[in-house]
Each structure stands twice: as structure tokens, then as C-alpha cells.
Write a protein that binds this ligand. Structure first.
Ligand SMILES: Cc1ncc(C[n+]2csc(CCOP(=O)(O)OP(=O)(O)O)c2C)c(N)n1
Ligand code: SF4
Length: 529
């Protein structure tokens, strides 16, 4: 046994490695990125040749992990919460096929939207797919749950979802590691049951089986080592605290909570434990991070007695990340002191780094459309989203990965001219390419500016899967070669870049301008090495 100081993400990664992980598949996204990054730098993963490359998007990652599970091995797939929307098709259907080797799907939620477009709660996805969900309350639990999740997955023959949240993913604690287990052997492919072929007849049978497993999943939650009912000395309130919410309760009460606490870290809800709490206490306070997932289930549509409290009742804030202070206020306890921000720390709005290639791309784009008053520029997700802010104020949308191209096409269909999309290289291979196929098919009059800095800058500079092949990819998708142009965003090229952009913007068909210069941060990192 060893003690290690680990982030929640790292604790999970180490737990999965020690539990005989054979492959981790992921697309970067805060706050999940450090899981695969830890495995990429792990010497044991290297020695064992555990798969640890980035995937092109979350759906691909999900299916790759399912393939590894099909082969009998233990696999993990990691993403940020909105990645679940991309992976959803494979994810929901993997519950219908079932799994062979343990399959752990990790979604890291970002309540308060520190670096996200929304604060959706991934627990709903587990309910939707009808599979168990684990929600660690500490870094130690994140470690321990990896092995548990693989065992549970293999006994149920179903994928298991693990939901992390920013605060746990990105804070460190001491973690005691256990004995490493060997990886599963490869199951011969011809021994595979036909249940992976989701033709209607087979899918219907599989779905019946999935429905029949629901009670076993509830029983497993009731018996889970991660769920427990802690006795209190007063029954005025019963507290249901899930995931990291359990820590906030402990902190608000200084570790001496007088009320019974039902700690929930495994779903579906443990009905026997829940009944024991409800029998004892009239008033229930639900302390859960994210959306009111548990509270909503307990209240039903009416909650006639009004005895279920939480985010919906207004006792806790409806939106945003919870804190011990919120819990203290809900129970009218003295509010814990918070350390004020040091005057040395200056709060400033986010901005592009000095010397960032996107600066010169936006300067050229703004100059090119200066006398095109009908121009609309649809943006996407990455460092270049900051082009929406002054001094550029260049883009008017940022919705989901890849939306710039499809929205520009839709707007062009409606008559917007010129319609321009700005998209990063990683976002382009994640979800932009399929939008291009539609625009190629109709030769839509849009210009796509791919700001190619050779990396996935916003999430910390992970490898970008296109690896300098963007022009070939665009031509391969069917874009006319003479309308695939490359510019270098540097001040000295400004006039030339504006000219190229104008030529393509004025062309009445699909054109692509690749603005290529490496991210200053990855460049510096390489120089330091
Ligand atoms: C579905 C989804 N997955 C992951 C993310 C996290 N994320 C935000 S931007 C981005 C990619 C940024 O890379 P790129 O498009 O190359 O632009 P750059 O930041 O390098 O300018 C990622 C992975 C997200 N917002 N949504
Ligand atoms: S990390 Fe790279 S791409 Fe992002 S703002 Fe800085 S220089 Fe630009």
C-alpha cells in the first residue's frame, strides 16, 4: 500500500490502472482532461502498453471503449459533461448491447460553468440509459470506485457511469492505493454472443433483459459500500447528501451533524436506506451538486407536504456550484469564514495570450468584412471563442462543437451573405467535418476559416488529431482544391491575408481558409524542453 497526493482525476486514473485497465479513451475537456493525461505519463501504463491516445471526439472514444469491452478487457472512457451529448448514441445503446469486459464511462460535470456552456448533470444520463451511476465523495473513493465499477460492470454485464464534479476532479488529497490486479485476457471474438447486433428482434430481447436488471441495480445500491445511513441524535431533519455534497455537510456542521445523513454515492437510489431515513424524519434536506436530480425524484410533481427541501424548494441555490456556506445558511448555522482574495491577485477578463496566432487571424478577418455589412461570423469552441469579446467582437455565436459550420450553412440557406464560420483545428476534426459534407453537397456559399494552431489549445495543448493534414482532409471531403487556401497569421502578412479572405468570402460557393501558425504556449513548451 502506498500513499499518493492525487487530484480526483488522477486518483481515478490510478485506481483504474490498478484495477487492470487495458485502455483509456478520451477527448479533452475541463474538468476531465487530467484522467487520460495521468495515464499517458504513467510508467506502468507504458510498460503494460495500456491504450492511452486521445480520440477524435467523445462518440468515437465511447465506441472504441465498447470495442475493448467486447473483446473482454477493462476499458474506461472519459469526457466532460457536454461530451456525453456527443457520446450519447453509443452510450445509451451500450446499455442495450451490454458489455463483456468492465466498461467505465466517466463524465466530469462543471457546475457553475467555470469552463463550459451549461451545467447539465450527467446523473440524468445514467437514469436515461438505465444503468448504475457512481459519484465519489472524495479522492479516495474515486480511487476505490474504479475497481468496484469494473466488478459491478462485469457482474451486471452493463456499462457503469461515474460522475465527477470540478471541485473533486481538481483538488488534491492523500490516497491510499491497493494491490495492482492483472488485466483481463482477450476473449476469442467467435465466443461473443449475438447481443451486440442491435437488430430490432435482438434489441427488444436485450431491452427486456436491461429492464429485468433494474431491481438488482437498486439492491446493489442498497448494499453498496459507498452508500450508508449515518445515525444522528435529532430527527428534526434528515439529510441526503450525494457525492461531494457529503463533504459540504460535514464542513458546515464542523463534522458534528446532529441529524441522520444518508450518504449517496451509488445510483439508482437505494430504496431501503431511503425508506429508513424517511420513516424517521419528517423534513428532508437534499444536498446535491448540480441539478436537483434526487430532490426531483423525491418530490414528484407536487410534493404536497412540502417536506422535501433542496435546490427546488429554494433552501439551496437553484443554480451554480454548492459550498459549505450554502449548506450552513440552509440550516441557519454560523457561516464559515472565507479567506478574502489577496490584493496581489488581480481579477481580469480572459484574453488571448500575447503573440497568439488567433489575434492576427481575427485582425485579418475583421478587415476583410469591414465593408461587407451583411456579414455574419459564426464561432465555435476553443481559445478563439475569445474573439467574441473586445477588441475583436468578431463572432456572434458559440453553441456546441462544430456548430459554426452548420449554423453558417443554415444562415446562408436563409439568405445571410456572406456567412462565415470560424473553427479551431481540433474542433474541426471533432465535429466540423460532417457539416462540411453538407456544404459540399449543396456547394453552399459559406467560407470556413479554420484557425489551425496545431493543438487543442483551450484544454491545455493536447495533440490535435489532424496533425498538419487539414488541407488534405478538406479536399478529401470534396471541397474544390482551388478554394482550400492557406495563410500564415503574422502582422507582416496582414494585407495578403485580407486579400485571400476577401477572394474566398466573395466566391459564391464553399471555400476554406486555413490560418496556420502554432500556439505560442505549445511553442514555448517545446522550446523549454
Ligand atoms: C463536446 C465537447 N467536448 C470537449 C469540450 C472542451 N473543449 C473546448 S474547446 C476544445 C477544443 C479546442 O481546440 P481547438 O478547436 O483546436 O481550438 P484552440 O483552443 O486550440 O484555439 C475542447 C476540447 C467541449 N467544450 N465540448
Ligand atoms: S493557449 Fe495558444 S491558442 Fe490559446 S490563447 Fe494562448 S496562444 Fe492562443
Amino acid at each position: 500500500m502506498l500513499q499518493k497526493l492525487l487530484l480526483g482525476d488522477e486518483a481515478l486514473a490510478q485506481g483504474a490502472l490498478d484495477a487492470g485497465l487495458s485502455g483509456c479513451y478520451a477527448y479533452p475537456g475541463t474538468p476531465s482532461t487530467e484522467i487520460l493525461e495521468y495515464i499517458q505519463t504513467s510508467s506502468e501504463a507504458e510498460e503494460r502498453k495500456v491504450h492511452r491516445e486521445w480520440s477524435s471526439n467523445e462518440k468515437v472514444a465511447m465506441e472504441e471503449a465498447l470495442g475493448m469491452s467486447f473483446a473482454g478487457k477493462r476499458a474506461m472512457v472519459c469526457m466532460k459533461h457536454v461530451g456525453m451529448n456527443v457520446a450519447a448514441d453509443g452510450f445509451v445503446n451500450s446499455a442495450v448491447t451490454g458489455t463483456v469486459g468492465g466498461l467505465l464511462v466517466v463524465a466530469a460535470d462543471d457546475p457553475s460553468m467555470h469552463s463550459s456552456q451549461n451545467e447539465q448533470d450527467s446523473r440524468f444520463y445514467s437514469q436515461f440509459a438505465m444503468i448504475p451511476c457512481l459519484e465519489p465523495a472524495s479522492q479516495q473513493e474515486a480511487y476505490d470506485m474504479a475497481a468496484y465499477a469494473f466488478r459491478l460492470s462485469e457482474s451486471l454485464e452493463e456499462p457503469i457511469l461515474m460522475r465527477l464534479t470540478t471541485r473533486l476532479s481538481h483538488s488534491r488529497a492523500n490516497v491510499t492505493t491497493g494491490k495492482a490486479q492483472p488485466e483481463n485476457g482477450l476473449n476469442p471474438p467467435n465466443a461473443k454472443p449475438g447481443r451486440f447486433v442491435l437488430l430490432p428482434g435482438i434489441a427488444k430481447r436485450n431491452y427486456e433483459k436491461l429492464c429485468a436488471k433494474q431491481q438488482t441495480m437498486v439492491d446493489s445500491s442498497d448494499a453498496s459500500p459507498f452508500n450508508r445511513l449515518e445515525e444522528g441524535t435529532e430527527n428534526r431533519y434528515g439529510i441526503i447528501a450525494s457525492g461531494i455534497g457529503y463533504n459540504y455537510v460535514q464542513e458546515a456542521f464542523g463534522g458534528k451533524c446532529p441529524y441522520p445523513i444518508l450518504k449517496i454515492s451509488q445510483y439508482p437510489l437505494p430504496t431501503r436506506l431511503l425508506s429508513r431515513l424517511l420513516e424517521r424524519c419528517d423534513q428532508i434536506m437534499v444536498v446535491e451538486e448540480g441539478m436537483p436530480f434526487i430532490e426531483q425524484q423525491l418530490r414528484g410533481p407536487l410534493n404536497p407536504t412540502g417536506n422535501i427541501h433542496g435546490r427546488l424548494s429554494g433552501d439551496l441555490p437553484r443554480t451554480g456550484e454548492l459550498t459549505p456556506r450554502h449548506v450552513a445558511e440552509a440550516f441557519k448555522l454560523p457561516v464559515p469564514n472565507t479567506t478574502p482574495l489577496s490584493p496581489l491577485v488581480k481579477v481580469r477578463p480572459p484574453r488571448l495570450c500575447d503573440g497568439c496566432p488567433h489575434v492576427d487571424s481575427y485582425k485579418a478577418l475583421n478587415a476583410a468584412i469591414a465593408d461587407r455589412p451583411g456579414a455574419n461570423v459564426f464561432g465555435d469552441i476553443g481559445c478563439y471563442t475569445l474573439g467574441a469579446l473586445p477588441p475583436f467582437s468578431a463572432i456572434s455565436s458559440c453553441v456546441d462543437m462544430g456548430a459554426s459550420i452548420s449554423m453558417a450553412k443554415g444562415a446562408a440557406d436563409a439568405g445571410i451573405a456572406p456567412a462565415i464560420a470560424v473553427i479551431g483545428d481540433s474542433t474541426f476534426t471533432h465535429s466540423g467535418m460532417t457539416g462540411i459534407l453538407d456544404a459540399v453537397w449543396e456547394n453552399s456559399p459559406i467560407t470556413v476559416l479554420i484557425v489551425d494552431n496545431g493543438t487543442t489549445g483551450m484544454t491545455g495543448g493536447q495533440a490535435s488529431i489532424n496533425n498538419g493534414r487539414l488541407e488534405d482532409i478538406c479536399k478529401g471531403l470534396g471541397v474544390a482544391p482551388e478554394h482550400v487556401r492557406i495563410i500564415t497569421p503574422l502582422p507582416k502578412n496582414h494585407e495578403e491575408n485580407v486579400k485571400v479572405l476577401l477572394e474566398e468570402i466573395d466566391y459564391q460557393g464553399l471555400s476554406i481558409v486555413i490560418s496556420r501558425r502554432e500556439c505560442i504556449q505549445t511553442l514555448r513548451r517545446k522550446a523549454r524542453k
